[in-house]
Each structure stands twice: as C-alpha cells, then as structure tokens.
Design a protein around this ligand. Structure first.
Ligand code: NAD
Length: 417
C-alpha cells in the first residue's frame, strides 16, 4: 500500500477525480488515500491561499499528492493553490510529457513525443518588482546555482531512467548573459556526467521554431521557468488539440504533486463531458513514482486502447475519425473494460522501472570574490548625462579613503555616458 493525499478541486475537478480514482482502483493500484480540501471552499472561509491548516499538516507527512484543478478567484489578493504548493513544498521541477496520439487524435504534429522539464521556483516568479524611477519599473529575475544544478541534474536523470536519448536546453543566453548564460553554463557542465546522452543548448527562439518544424529531433527539454510556462502549454495544446489529454508531475526533494495541466473549466463543470485523461495520465505518472509499475502499464495500455478504438470525449471527438462520443464517466468505464488489453498500433510508452532521484547533494564552488563597484539608480530629470557625470566627483570618499570613480551611466541598458 502506498499512502497518497488527494484534493478533488473545483469545477470539473470532482468529476475527473472520481473517474481517475475508479480506474486506478480497477487497475489494482494499492493506495491508502487521505483527502484534503483545497480551492474555492477554502478561499470562501477567508484563507487567501486556498489551502487549509489541516491540509498543510497532512501534506507535511504525505510525500505524494494527486490534485484536481482548483479555481483562483479574480482580484482580492488570492493566490493560485498550485503556485502555493510549488513554493511551500519546494516542487522545483514541472514534468510534462507532450505526446501525439496520431492518427487516433487529430494533430499536425504526428511526431511529437517530448518531455518538457520546467524549472518551477526561480526566474521572475518571485514576483519582486521595484519602481526604479517615476517612469521605469523593474522585475527581478533570479537564477541560482543550486536551483540550476537541481533541475538540470533531474532532467538528465529522468532521461537516463526513461530510456530517452537526448536532453536539450533552451535559453536567451545571448541577451541575458548573466542569468540565462549561467543556466547554459551549468547545463553544459552537468551534461559531462551523462556521456551516454546527447545534449545541446539552443537559443529559445530557434529551438522553439525547430521544435515545431522537426519535433522528432527533440526528446527531453529542460528550460527556465517563464519560457517553460509558455512552451509547455503551447506544445501540449498543439500536439493533442486539447488541454485535456496531458498529465504532469511537480517534483520536489520531499514531495511530488501530480495533476492535469488544465484548469477547473467552470464552463463545462457538472455536465459530465470533461475529458478525465489528463488526471488519469497524472495518476499513471504517480504509479510509476510509487513503483507500482505493472499497474501503471496496465492502466496506460487500457487508456491507449480506448483512444485507439475511437472512444473519445467531446474535446477530441471528430466525425470520421472518432467512433463514439463518450461522457466523462462513460470514458472511465471504457478504460476499465479494456484493462488487460494492449493497444494494437499506438506503442505503449516505456515506463521507467527505476525511480528518478529527486534530491541531489550541493557543494558551493570556491570562487574568489572582489568588490567591483555599486549600481545607483537615479531619478534624474535635471539635465544631460554629461551634467550628471560632472556632479559626481563631489561625492565623499569611501570609508577606506578611496575616491568614487564614475565608470558608466546607462539608461534602460543603453550606455549614455
Ligand atoms: P481551463 O484549463 O480551465 O479551461 C480552458 C478551456 O479548456 C475551456 O474551454 C475548458 O472548457 C477546456 N478544458 C479544460 N479542461 C478540460 C477537460 N479536461 N476536458 C475538456 N475541456 C477542457 O482554463 P481557464 O478557463 O483559464 O481557467 C479556469 C480556472 O482554472 C481559473 O480559475 C484558473 O485560475 C484555474 N486554473 C487552475 C489550474 C490548476 O489547478 N492547476 C491550472 C490552470 C487554471
């Protein structure tokens, strides 16, 4: 028995969670389930995180969470439940397999089979922003060595254990030499520890263009937070034509959260038409994590067989391609009826027989440090940069008696003096 915690969520959450729990049980998953409440009901009790104290206590001792989608109220300072969980539980990697089910699900990207591993904690997601001057505001982008090492090592370990052959990193290192350049440098460094895997770094723009023109050239992609946020939604949508077909894992040192990639879809809630596949596939990823591999394979194969037989929910149903349109519960029942069968054409995905390590030792490198100077932001409206430069030599010397020397004046990254 493996202990897990579930949260049913909002909107279509309870419907797709029930179907997911039913197919997991029918496949023979050995799960000891505790349930917590997250989302709308908790927000309404006045808790701005949408997560109750009781839920946090339970999560502290439960390393696996299967979460239904939750709604975030607009305005009023409410924060998304998933974002809170990622931050508080240190879920540093978002793992999203984006797979085409061509020709059974319509797609223009028949060859897409990539896993996008997105850094989850850093970049500009700290939400720390400043007003530099009256006219200029700034957002801070953080990139740290421990976080880069962890996400990049996780990506290579994932590739190694899931029979993948190549790891690609996308950044804008030519524009952001310090932050993205740091990510690229650490990527190239860590790649040396995995000689059996091919690796490459590409510029985000070129890499994204190549991914959409030649998806077969990509395998595992490791990517900083913001770029990964956009790329993973985009690729999941163009690959399958519906957000309802993709599951994801949010991985931390001590806890892993599994969820569908979509939201609570309030526009179709209660209609029994939502596609439960994203959460079912998140459940399959959870079974692999819990090392219930045979059950995971059995469920994945039954799900592939259902798709292959054209039994589709409304979001992917197409006249001439699909055989029958099913509701949420009917789809779950169809999967259960196919347990024990294997797809005839879609290839069953290789499921790792070894867990991917999630915690890695970190040793701070010995680097000599030297004070190079200080940056000062001025709201200067009283004249030209030359006039400003002339005023500065009147500054008091430093504590050690050294005179300040003005090296440069820049405005929005452009050197003006
Ligand atoms: P959404 O993903 O809920 O819906 C976008 C579109 O996709 C809608 O047309 C919806 O009907 C459709 N859709 C989504 N899931 C589907 C499924 N399983 N089957 C069929 N169709 C499906 O995105 P949204 O409308 O922008 O957000 C709705 C709410 O969900 C918001 O409150 C948002 O904050 C929240 N949200 C939560 C999560 C999460 O819990 N991880 C993620 C994204 C959004």
């Amino acid at each position: 028995m493996s202990a897990i915690t579930i949260a049913r969520g909002d909107g279509i959450g309870p419907e797709i969670m029930q179907v997911t729990l039913d197919v997991l049980a029918a496949a023979g998953a050995q799960l000891d389930i505790s349930e917590v409440e997250m989302g709308e009901a908790v927000y309404q009790q006045g808790e701005p995180t949408g997560i109750s104290e009781a839920a946090w206590e339970l999560l502290a001792n439960s390393p696996v969470l299967l979460k239904g989608p939750t709604s975030t109220p607009q305005g009023g300072g409410f924060t998304s439940v998933s974002l809170q969980l990622r931050k508080q539980l240190g879920l540093y990697a978002s793992v999203r397999p984006c797979v085409s089910y061509f020709p059974y699900v319509h797609t223009r990207y028949a060859a897409m089979d990539v896993v996008i591993i997105r850094e989850n904690e850093e970049d500009i997601y700290g939400g720390v922003e400043y007003r530099q001057t009256t006219d200029v505001v700034q957002s801070i982008k953080w990139v740290s060595r421990p976080a880069c090492e962890k996400i990049i090592r996780y990506a290579f370990e994932y590739a190694r254990r899931h029979g993948r052959r190549k790891v690609s990193a996308f950044t804008k290192d030519r524009i952001m030499e310090f932050t993205d350049g740091f990510f690229r440098e650490i990527f190239l460094e860590i790649a040396q520890d995995y000689p059996e895997l091919v690796y490459e770094h590409q510029s985000l723009d070129i890499g994204t263009a190549r991914l959409t023109s030649h998806p077969d050239k990509f395998d595992v992609i490791v990517i900083p937070n913001l770029y990964g946020d956009i790329l993973s939604d985009l690729v999941a949508q163009i690959t399958t034509g519906s957000v309802g077909l993709t599951g994801s894992a949010n991985v931390g040192d001590g806890c892993v959260m599994f969820e569908a990639i979509h939201g609570s879809a309030p526009n179709i809630a209660g209609e029994d038409i939502a596609n439960p596949s994203g959460l079912i596939l998140a459940g399959v990823m959870m079974l692999v994590h819990l090392q219930q591999i045979e059950v995971a394979e059995k469920l994945k194969n039954a799900w592939l067989t259902t798709l292959e037989e054209g039994l589709h929910t409304a979001d992917i149903f197409r006249e001439g391609l699909s055989f029958q349109k099913l509701g949420t519960r009917e789809f779950g029942q169809a999967v259960i009826e196919r347990l024990g069968r294997k797809p005839r054409h879609l290839s069953p995905v290789y499921l790792s027989k070894q867990p991917t390590p999630t915690a890695f030792a970190y040793r701070r490198p010995d680097i000599e440090r030297e004070l190079m100077g200080v940056d000062v932001f001025l709201d200067w409206t009283q004249g030209s940069p030359e006039m400003l430069a002339k005023r500065l030599p009147t500054l008091e010397p430093t504590e050690t008696g050294e005179a300040w020397t003005l090296e440069m004046i820049s405005n929005l990254g452009v050197v003006v003096w």
